[in-house]
Design a protein around this ligand. Structure first.
Ligand code: GAP
Length: 513
């Protein structure tokens, strides 16, 4: 576990150092659980979106895409169940009348214990001077171990209580830990109550009593409310799907896991509309199909597993998660849900508009059943990033960090490098760059020794480096270096584009429906 935490920290700092992910508003000390994607991050993210979009919309003739607005009519969230049931716990202090999130009080308390551990380590380092062995101290000091045990036990109890919706125990935990209100300094707490995870804001154009609107907590509802628009305008026949990629917002409780759990994030969702009674067949199809999509990226199968839900939401009749082995353990990456006709029926009821499909083969109308595939874009990014991060010791004893990103997703596909910055090599390299850049994203780099330039490209996951040397000027050949093997071959300039294109082809082809 400690090793994985260490690995997670390394990945986070690599992501920052090499322009993949930054904390939002960093110069103002950041904004909790909100992140910005940098120059390479945005390319990787766009490539993941593209890989998903093509697999869904282009390769399945019966799936089309939409892009619905983030703001939607507030009644949508009543119909979907989010207003009443999308909650987290909160607590008030009776003396200060201040309101807190129960989880934040507990998290802050744990952070103080963590601070105590750090202070103890600093004190010991001063006391022992050069002979101080930090790792040994951290793993053997009884005081530190006691603190750590308290942190672990508290987390376990807190997450367990939350999962069982045992709000009384959450309050008792706050009391047992002796947590006081930072304003009044007292322990005079109210009961813990549920807190809705949706962000809300005001929309001026609506009348006074209905001006509260929400930032969508999922993209799915934008698909449901457009079901009939798309079906009619696209003359779609059941079974068919509607896909969407877009931002979602949740005022999350546990928000300390980098881009795993964010307050503003992106989802890639697809709702597949089927005949009632056929949903479990389609659920099985999509369960297998989505796993095939993940595996087509070349990430080992051992990194994925299904987690079938035993306790189903009241509207679902089957559900599974595809979990990924992140550095923080196996966690949900994608959900596949058989949502019955719950959403369409509910919108029918709340809107008063019929949301039915007339099936010409059966000669009858019905509200279709829905299979949903819902994947987090940022979590897929984190899965790719953490699977790619590799530290290697080379034959000559030197070390390199290489991001073994699947070539089809790599931000930069090729770097064009003149061996030295003279003798006509930069000009020749520029010529190559000027033809390749219309095929895919390339980078020209002439600064520093060639070895350092290779390392820079390894660190951002560029699959190929093209080097122009003296021989290039004589016979129009270059060396092409492959990122993972570091093997170099001599090829003709006119072959470059074809070789790289072949490597960045998709390996995913859907199973016929
Ligand atoms: N429409 C169904 C739905 O939204 P969900 O399990 O709540 O289902 C689907 O979310 C996916 O969205 C998750 O599997 C996860 O990948 C991603 N996701 C959910 N909350 C997230 C968060 N706070 N930060 C990043 N990704 C999140």
């Amino acid at each position: 576990m400690a090793n994985n935490e260490e690995l997670f920290k390394k990945i986070i700092s690599h992501a920052k150092e090499y322009g993949f992910v930054f904390s939002s508003s960093e110069i103002y000390d950041g904004l909790s659980a909100v992140y910005d994607y940098g120059q390479y991050g945005v390319e990787l993210k766009n490539n993941i979106k593209d890989y998903w979009w093509k697999a869904m919309v282009r390769y399945h003739e019966n799936i089309v895409g939409i892009d619905s607005a983030i703001f939607m009519h507030p009644t949508i969230w009543k119909a979907s169940g989010h207003v009443d049931a999308f909650n987290d716990p909160m607590i008030d202090n009776k003396d200060s009348k201040k309101r807190y999130r129960a989880d934040v009080l507990i998290e802050d308390h744990l952070a103080k214990i963590e601070d105590k551990i750090e202070k103890e380590v600093q004190k010991a380092a001063k006391r022992f001077g050069d002979s101080f062995n930090e790792e040994q101290y951290r793993t053997t000091s009884p005081k530190l171990l006691e603190y750590q045990q308290l942190i672990d036990d508290t987390k376990k109890r807190f997450f367990g209580s939350l999962e069982n919706n045992d709000l009384e125990d959450v309050k008792k935990l706050i009391e047992d830990l002796g947590i006081v209100c930072p304003v009044s300094g007292t322990r005079n707490w109210t009961e813990v109550r549920q807190f809705n995870l949706m962000f809300s804001t005001q929309m001026g154009s609506l009348s006074e009593d209905t001006n509260l609107i929400y930032l969508r907590p999922e993209t799915a509802q934008g698909i449901f409310v457009n079901f009939l628009n798309v079906q009619k305008s696209g003359r779609m026949k059941v079974p068919f799907g509607i896909a969407q990629i877009g931002k979602a917002f949740r005022n999350e409780i546990v928000a300390r896991q980098f881009i795993f759990r964010m307050r503003e994030f992106e989802q890639m969702e697809m709702q597949f509309f089927v005949r009632p009674g056929e949903e479990l067949k389609w659920f099985e199809y999509w369960k297998q199909e989505r796993l095939r999509w993940h595996l087509s990226l070349g990430i080992p199968a051992t990194k994925y597993r299904f987690h079938d839900h035993e306790k189903l939401a009241h509207y679902a009749n089957a559900a599974t998660d595809i979990e990924f082995d992140f550095p923080i353990g196996f966690k949900e990456l994608e959900g596949i849900h058989s949502r019955t006709d719950f959403d369409l029926s509910s919108h029918q009821k709340y809107s008063g508009k019929k949301l039915q499909y007339f099936d010409p083969e059966l000669n009858e109308g019905y509200v279709p059943y829905v299979i949903e595939t819902s994947i987090g874009l940022d979590r897929t990014f984190l899965a790719v990033l953490s699977n790619s991060f590799t530290e290697e010791v080379l034959a000559d004893g030197s070390e390199r960090v290489v991001m073994k990103i699947p070539p089809i997703l790599a931000p930069i596909k090729a770097a064009v490098l003149p061996l030295v910055k003279k003798d006509g090599m930069p000009e020749k390299a520029r010529e190559i760059m000027d033809t390749l850049k219309y095929d895919y994203l390339c980078q020209y780099d002439e600064k520093d020794a060639i070895g350092r330039r290779y390392r820079r490209q390894d660190a951002i996951g560029t699959p190929y480096c093209i080097t122009v040397d003296t021989r290039t000027l004589e016979d129009n050949t270059v060396t092409i270096r492959e990122r993972d093997t570091m093997k170099q071959d001599r090829i003709a300039i006119h072959e470059i584009s074809g070789i790289i294109s072949a490597r960045i082809q998709t390996h995913y082809k859907p199973t016929p429906q």
